[in-house]
Design a protein around this ligand. Structure first.
Ligand SMILES: Nc1ncnc2c1ncn2[C@@H]1O[C@H](COP(=O)(O)OP(=O)(O)OP(=O)(O)O)[C@@H](O)[C@H]1O
Length: 547
């Protein structure tokens, strides 16, 4: 391979310089005419030097033919070795060039493909390039679990088939175990597209490859021992509709079937039963029980008692109690799975634009520990799968029922947020060491919790809530009038009954004249008819408002 290339090179030279046709002749000539050599082989400085340097310093007498042959062999060797390296370099750079061209072609094809099929291809490309520039170090199973009084974590779910079909772009990058970046597509006034990359920090961030078990290990698991030590623990799943709260809390879906064993409820139950026999706690003889209820609008239903309606009242110690809530004693973990399944099937669900099987209520599953023979609660774990919040823009095509539910859900979630804020302000919880600060500098992130709604979403929610609140006020004032008119009808009917009886009896006893009797009866009837007609108008108005 090498000699062939060298020969070819020399062949070209020889046509230019009218010099020897064979290599031996050429090399003999090299020995005699060093200046020509210099001209002919000066392809590269390296080549030039390795070939010329022995000659330029050669001051020895003329060589014998055998000496000449030996030095030629050496020179040839040196010459081939340099040439080989040169050829290798050429081949290498050719391969690199071809690879580069192939890569560029692949990217071009990919872009053409994206352009044809995806209106968001430019943003997809920008995000792709941005991600290529990042160093990813996501959370892994072996990472240490840090125990906090309050942890705020976020889980990214994979893009689903529906979103893929709609060519939606994945705008979340989970960079490290506690940082994620939101790539917000933006457009300048001159229509130039650009990304606004905002970084947020949480206690833990789970990327779309994480399983429920991993999420559990870093979130609820450390709290199980809290309830064995006399504490109350709470775990909320909060997020937009379809973001994966029920998948996380209740268990992974396989089609319509849910695997209750690998949701946070089931995993907590398994650990509770495991810890019962722990040497530290076995002496306490804990009895485990469970309850499951939902809050739908303003109503509370027992999910373990055929959705019986429950009342929420405050007791003498100003503790809120769910009156009449079923609490089932459970002897083994399989019983808990059965209760979770029963309650989950009872839970109110509906359809939203983002989730065909959307939970429309807040579900509260509780595991309670009591010492044997005592009614006193020794520890309680509340696991809450909140209903998904929705943007006004997302549910404006939904039916009336879904929109009313959406407004109720958003309002209650805002109320929850305000409660947590208020507790934080009173210093009852240490949440607000953790206020969110978004940083433009990706390496400069504060130790913070994210503000969970973006401004646009807040505006949608506020508008929706303002409208819902106005409607609610109107309905409640009409309802008050209706009730007042009804009370008036009931009272006047009682009066009417008494007066009609008196009148009737008076005539029987002949103590009144007929004329006076008739007028009195007529007035009595007119009066009761007026009251009933007034009440009828109120009932009519109320029905119309509800419709
Ligand atoms: N991490 C995940 N991996 C795979 N699929 C997921 C994941 N999270 C959610 N899903 C799927 O997304 C769909 C919606 O999830 P899910 O019902 O849990 O959402 P949600 O937040 O509870 O919604 P809603 O508030 O409307 O009830 C389900 O089909 C679920 O299987």
């Amino acid at each position: 391979m090498f000699p062939y290339l060298i020969e070819e090179r020399e062949g070209k030279k020889s046509s230019k310089t009218d010099t020897p046709k064979t290599r031996n002749q050429e090399e003999e000539r090299n020995g005699d005419n060093r200046t020509n050599d210099n001209n002919n082989y000066s392809c590269s400085p390296r080549y030039q030097q390795s070939y010329l340097s022995p000659l330029s310093s050669d001051t020895s007498p003329p060589k014998s033919p055998s000496q000449k042959n030996r030095s030629r062999t050496k020179r040839e060797y040196d010459y081939k070795s340099d040439a080989a390296r040169k050829v290798e370099m050429i081949a290498k750079s050719r391969d690199e060039r071809r690879q580069r061209q192939a890569d560029e072609k692949a990217i071009r094809n990919q872009i053409i493909h994206l352009e044809q099929n995806n209106p968001n291809w430019e943003f997809a490309q920008m995000i792709h390039e941005f991600r290529n520039s990042l160093d990813f170090r996501p959370l892994r199973d072996g990472d240490p679990v840090i125990e906090n009084q309050i942890s705020v974590c976020v889980r990214k779910r994979p893009i689903n088939d529906k979103e893929r079909r709609r060519k939606e772009v994945d705008v979340i990058s989970v960079r490290t175990k506690n940082q994620l970046i939101v790539h917000e597509p933006k457009q300048k006034v001159d229509l130039t597209k650009y990304l606004e990359n905002q970084q947020f920090r949480f206690d833990y961030v789970f990327d779309d490859t994480c399983e429920n078990e991993l999420v559990y290990r870093f979130t609820a698991k450390p709290l199980v021992k809290t309830i064995f030590e006399g504490g109350m623990a709470t775990c909320f799943a909060y997020g937009q509709t379809g973001s994966g709260k029920t998948h996380t809390m209740g268990g992974e879906f396989k089609g319509k079937q849910q695997n209750f064993k690998n949701g946070i409820y089931g995993l907590v139950a398994q650990d509770v039963f495991r810890l019962l026999s722990h040497p530290k706690y076995i002496k306490n003889n804990y009895i485990v029980s469970a309850s499951f209820f939902e809050i739908y609008g303003k109503l509370v239903f027992d999910l373990l008692a055929k959705k019986q309606r429950l009342r929420v009242l405050e007791d003498g110690k100003q503790q809120v109690q769910v009156v009449g809530l079923t609490e089932r004693v459970v002897a083994k973990v399989e019983h808990v799975f059965e209760l979770i399944q029963k309650g989950s099937l009872e839970r109110t669900s509906g359809q939203t634009s983002a989730n065909s099987n959307s939970s429309r209520s807040h579900a509260v599953f509780q595991i309670i520990l009591r010492k044997s023979g005592s009614r006193h609660v020794a520890g309680k774990f509340s696991l809450i799968d909140l209903a998904g919040n929705e943007r006004g823009a997302d549910n404006n095509k939904s039916n009336r029922q879904t929109r009313i539910e959406g407004a109720d859900i958003n309002k209650s979630l805002l109320a929850l947020k305000e409660c947590i804020r208020a507790l934080g302000r009173k210093g009852l919880i240490c949440l607000f060491v953790k206020e969110l600060i978004a940083s433009d500098n990706l390496d400069d992130v504060q130790n913070t919790i994210p503000e969970d709604e973006i401004a646009e979403e807040n505006m949608d929610i506020d508008e929706e809530l303002a409208r819902a609140e106005e409607k609610r006020l109107q309905i409640s004032s009409l309802e008050w009038e209706l009730r007042e008119s009804q009370r008036h009808v009931i009272e006047s009917c009682v009066n009417f009954h008494d007066m009609a009886c008196d009148l009737y009896n008076a005539l029987d006893e002949n103590c009144t004249d007929r004329h006076h009797y008739a007028r009195k009866w007529k007035n009595l009837l007119n009066e009761i008819v007026d009251i009933q007609q007034g009440a009828l108008i109120k009932a009519d108005e109320f029905c119309k408002a509800l419709d």
